[in-house]
Design a protein around this ligand. Structure first.
Ligand code: ASP
Length: 438
């Protein structure tokens, strides 16, 4: 049994947190490859090291003095190094190089990536294992996307030489030979790539929560964690706003059937959440999770006898495509068609879209409404149980919430309801109480 263990920023924000991560790694022989993030926040008023680095890059590119900012970053690492009692270990040379580079040829990605690089060096020294620089094993292609083939080949060969190793998250080497980072939160992707290349049995992702929660804890106090969730369910929940893992972290492990186990560094005894391809595990509840987003607009198109006009729907959608607006949902009636779009994408171009709809379809009327929120109730269990939709709608009716739109995917994996923005939080609480608390 082999595992990749990735620790998020808050799990490595201080020496105390580092020690917890170290104890977790040492508690299980199979935790062989470790992916650290950069030190995150030690408290809510703190600043992540990655943000400090991005700021020092800005200072350097404006030609200003970086000494004070570099010293503040160095102090973060020194606090960790001293707290871990790592004698004969210093990052002074690395800081010298980073400062030189900032003063001569500041590069955004190189600078941002140093948070993980330095933390990886500390972690490797602390554990007494090999350090692998991702700039030697993770590659991007011309379009700035991960070069999967070259990365897997090089990384697998390198990992085969190391029984245990630390591989910092978040970056690799760009096609131009310079360090390149993934988008923010990208250490999750590194963990997934390493898990795939080494074909490990489990990808453990350690953060400061005990797994994926059924819903947003800012809306429902203390929601239950989810024990098992499939990749597809997670995708639906993430798409609708739940922030769990970096989206691109799913693909590499999913492709080779490696489950992800989300765990809590501050509560290692908790089982956390298993993200899996498929499972026969019995569920505690019919639904798996509830997520949602506010601020959608609906564009309502009416034309008498529209149903008999072949190509009508395509032409309406073309009006959105021409304006580069992605369409979220398209509920339709006999002579009506509604297009749901994100307000922030749509607002600036609304008049162009309306005139395009007129030009393309000659409708009887087009009406726009804003302030719509979408709530998705997701669960593989819905397929086998009848009455889920009924329960959902009656819970909203009891809370006096008017449903403006309903969309049930044919996969029966989710039901999406459109409600007014101001009903968003009460709706999620009503659904949670109906399906989880009862
Ligand atoms: N340190 C990077 C960030 O703050 C990457 C990561 O933590 O995953 O976005």
């Amino acid at each position: 049994m082999k595992k990749v263990v990735k620790f998020g920023g808050s799990s490595l924000a201080s020496a105390e947190q580092f020690k917890k991560a170290g104890a977790i790694i040492k508690a299980d022989e199979s935790r062989v490859y470790v992916i650290p993030s950069a030190p995150g926040k030690r408290n809510s008023a703190d600043t992540k090291v990655t943000d400090m680095l991005l700021h020092v890059y800005k200072t350097a590119s404006e030609g200003k003095d970086v000494t004070a900012e570099i010293e503040a970053i160095r102090a973060r690492y020194n606090e960790i190094i001293t707290g871990l009692e790592l004698r004969n270990f210093s990052l002074d040379k690395d800081f010298e190089e980073i400062t030189n580079r900032l003063m001569t040829e500041p590069e955004r990605d190189y600078t941002a990536s140093r948070g993980e690089y330095l933390n990886g060096k500390v972690m490797a020294a602390y554990l007494g294992v090999a350090f692998i620089d991702p700039a030697e094993v993770i590659f991007f292609n011309d379009e700035g996307k991960l070069n999967r083939y070259k990365t897997e080949k090089t990384l697998a060969a390198r990992l085969a030489e190391c029984e245990r190793a630390v591989i910092p998250g978040f970056y690799g080497l760009g096609k131009n030979g310079k360090v390149k980072t993934f988008s923010r939160g990208g250490s999750d992707i590194t963990g997934s790539i390493v898990a795939q290349a080494a074909r490990v049995d489990v990808y453990e992702n350690w953060t400061d929560v005990s797994g994926v929660l059924v819903t947003d804890p800012r809306i429902v106090a203390d929601p239950e964690p989810i024990k098992f969730i499939t990749y597809r369910e997670l995708r639906e929940l993430s798409y609708m706003g739940a922030s769990v893992l970096h989206e691109d972290a799913i693909f590499p492990v999913r492709q080779c059937g490696i489950p992800i186990n989300l765990r809590n560094t501050n509560s290692p005894a908790d089982e956390g959440t298993w993200i899996v391809e498929s499972t026969a595990q019995k569920q505690d509840h019919v639904i798996t999770g509830i997520a949602g987003k506010k601020d959608f607009c609906t564009v309502f198109v009416y034309k008498a006898m529209m149903n008999s006009e072949i190509g009508f729907c395509r032409k309406v959608l073309q009006a959105f495509e021409e304006n580069d607006i992605s369409v979220e949902h398209v509920p339709s009636g006999i002579d009506t068609m509604t297009v749901v779009v994100h307000a922030d994408e749509f607002m600036a171009k609304e008049q162009q879209v309306i005139s395009a709809i007129h030009r393309l379809t000659s409708p009887d009327s087009v009406e726009i409404e804003s302030g719509l929120a979408l709530v998705a109730v997701v669960g593989r269990g819905m397929r086998a149980v009848s009455g889920t939709a009924g329960k959902l709608f009656s819970s909203l009716a009891k809370a006096d919430i008017n449903i403006k739109m309903i969309d049930q995917g044919s996969s029966e994996l989710n039901i999406i309801v459109g409600i007014k923005n101001e009903d968003f939080e009460p709706a999620i609480r009503a659904i949670y109480n109906e399906f989880i608390t009862k």
